[in-house]
Design a protein around this ligand. Structure first.
Ligand code: GCB
Length: 596
């Protein structure tokens, strides 16, 4: 889905700000049918949970309602009028003056409502957006709604981050001409000193199309006629990790020789390839250094925040991180655009986290329900997962920063049924995007010996917590476990292997001269132990520490006001380990250390 942009033929109005707000039940039976009867107002973009002091709002399970009045610009008489919701977590409904105009399931991908027939240029209308945060076994991510002893509806889920909800990203009113570009797909290649740009344009009705490629200074460097084709850029400037260069593809739709729609899609020319046990960007081996992140900040929850985006990127540059994974859901498009402009490499992950009932069994030793079954995660879950994957790739396919798709985090990949579940999804991902490698992160219970799906993917990504959940406080034993474990994957699959997660919860300010878990020294020693092991393997292609910053989770006896595995605190101050990582990663500078 194209991002709304203002161009010579398109306009947009940003609807962020303060909206009237109510949780379901507090604003009448049909809150969309009139002015919302409420004293509350909520900020957009922001998760609503931490905005208010009332626990009934923070822990609400079900629908909430946002409302504001919007004026359609008077010049839009002949345009199609669209509302674009960048994210409604996890389900959204858009009403224009009481009429349902669009609905969408999936909390981390955008959707649009065409409200042309419901509004008039120059006039105001009432825009109501309902958002539901419920997770079930047929949503991605999954969850279960239960009734507590006191009769309260409660949301259970298997993922380790707070189920923030609401309008966490921008909402737009935008116009498109009657005949317009509906999609653009760009795939780049390199031939000697030239870049090749294969493009496909889709339009709302059949119409002639022309394209031109502009360099960063606006100079035209290539052009072509037709809705698809390949253009060459001589003396191309490549997009490189740490050295971004972006071109613009300007797409124009014509009618009687006149441009009736114009849309600009930035792109970078670069190649990505897995060859043997190497991960190559522009034909050069790339070594990932960085983090699994979260969209998580105080007060805003998962609300997108440009200030944090800039600051987090600064901190990543400071520490020498060249990449991150969008654990555990697609991030705001602004984040990817920023990464495109700043040469940061991204592993783009779906929201499929928690497809694993073996975790609980593994930790408690008790028998668990099968993960892959019609009653737990079956065909309907798989269909939701496929829809979500489709939406993710449709949204993010043209970002040069995105070098790999991660289809799921820590699903139960060693359990019967995993292969049947993932094979069609892998096939779909490859059809939708033949240009990028794919991966899946393996949880602690899946090893080179018992994993049933790793061969379907291009890169083996493993998440490991030796020295934390296993051999806690005993780094010597942890080191042996880790080395054996990694060797198992490397020898079995002959693919590049990277660490998707490794880390230790750490309370800033807690210190010890011994290996005491939760101290700043232990975090550092724990990460250093991992680095010793990583550097022993030729096939090892990267290290993503868990996590960039401390983040909010649901309550639990193993969480102290959230997950504390951050290398930075939630307010982005470095813990001691940050300085060690900075020394290592700056020295590595995207290259693998020689095997020791
Ligand atoms: C994991 C998960 C991540 C958790 C992390 C932890 O394996 O992928 O979401 O937050 O472990 O800290 O337990």
């Amino acid at each position: 889905m194209l991002k709304p942009r203002s161009t010579a033929t398109r306009e947009q109005v940003n609807l962020d700000g303060i909206w009237r707000f109510a949780i379901d039940g507090a604003a009448g039976p049909e809150p969309w049918n009139g002015p919302l009867d409420t004293r509350l107002e909520a900020a957009v973009p922001a998760s609503y949970n931490d905005l208010f002091t009332d626990p009934a709002i923070r822990d609400h399970v079900g629908w909430v309602w946002y409302q504001r009045t919007v004026r359609v610009p008077r010049g839009w008489t002949d345009e199609r009028v669209m509302v674009r919701v960048d994210a409604a977590t996890h389900e959204g409904k858009v009403y224009a003056d009481g009429v349902l105009a669009a609905e969408h399931i999936g909390g981390y991908t955008p959707f649009e409502a065409d409200i042309t027939d419901l509004v008039s240029a120059g006039d105001e209308f009432r825009l109501t957006i309902g958002v539901n945060n419920e997770l079930t076994n047929v949503t991605i991510p999954p969850g279960t709604v239960t009734i507590s002893r006191s009769g309260r509806r409660e949301q259970q889920y298997k993922h380790d981050f707070f189920n923030y909800a609401g309008l966490a990203r921008s909402v737009w009113l935008h116009s498109v001409p009657p005949v317009h570009v509906t999609d653009v797909t760009i795939a780049t290649g390199v031939e000697g000193t030239a870049g090749t740009v294969a493009y496909t344009v889709e339009t709302s009705a059949s119409a002639p199309v022309q394209v031109k490629v502009l360099g960063a200074d606006g100079t035209e460097v290539a052009a072509a006629q037709g809705g698809n084709g390949t253009v060459r850029i001589e003396d191309v400037r490549l997009w490189r990790p740490g050295g971004a260069y972006l071109y613009d593809l300007v797409v124009e739709v014509l009618h009687d020789g006149e441009v009736v729609d114009s849309y600009t899609e930035p792109f970078g020319v670069r190649t990505v390839e897995v060859r043997g046990t190497q991960f190559l960007i522009n034909g050069e081996p790339f070594y990932f250094t960085g983090f699994g992140k979260h969209e998580d900040t105080p007060v805003r929850g998962k609300g997108h925040d440009d200030a944090y985006l800039v600051h987090d990127t600064q901190l990543m540059e400071w520490i020498g991180a060249n990449s991150f994974r969008t654990s555990h859901y697609p991030y705001a498009e602004e984040v990817l655009e920023f990464a495109d402009r700043h040469g940061i490499v991204v592993i783009d992950e779906t929201a499929a986290v928690g497809l694993n009932l073996a975790v609980q069994g593994g930790l408690t030793g008790r028998p668990h329900d099968p993960t892959w079954s019609p009653e737990t995660f079956g065909e309907a879950t798989q269909a939701a997962h496929a829809r979500h994957l489709q939406e993710l790739i449709a949204r993010d396919k043209n970002h040069p920063s995105v070098v790999m798709w991660c289809l799921a985090n820590e699903s139960s990949s060693a359990e019967e049924g995993a292969r049947e579940y993932f094979e069609p999804l892998v096939k779909l991902a490859r059809e939708l995007d033949p240009t990028r490698p794919i991966t899946h992160t393996a949880w602690l219970g899946a090893t080179g010996d018992n994993d049933l799906i790793a061969d379907l993917f291009d890169v083996v990504t493993v998440n490991r917590y030796y020295g934390w959940y296993i051999a806690n406080g005993d780094l010597e034993t942890a080191e042996q476990y880790l080395e054996n474990d990694l060797r198992g994957w490397i020898e079995k699959f002959g693919k590049p292997v990277m660490m998707g997660e490794y880390g230790a919860d750490t309370m800033p300010g807690l210190h010890s001269v011994w290996d005491v878990p939760w101290t700043e020294e232990y975090q550092r020693a724990h990460l250093e132990m991992h680095h010793r092991v990583f550097d022993r393997f030729e096939a090892f292609v990267g290290e993503h520490v868990w996590n960039f910053a401390d983040f909010a989770t649901s309550n639990g006896i193993h969480r102290v006001d959230g997950n504390k595995k951050g290398v930075f605190t939630r307010d982005r101050r470095p813990k001691g380990a940050a300085h060690m990582l900075r020394a290592r990663w700056r020295e590595l500078n995207g290259r693998k250390p020689p095997a020791r």
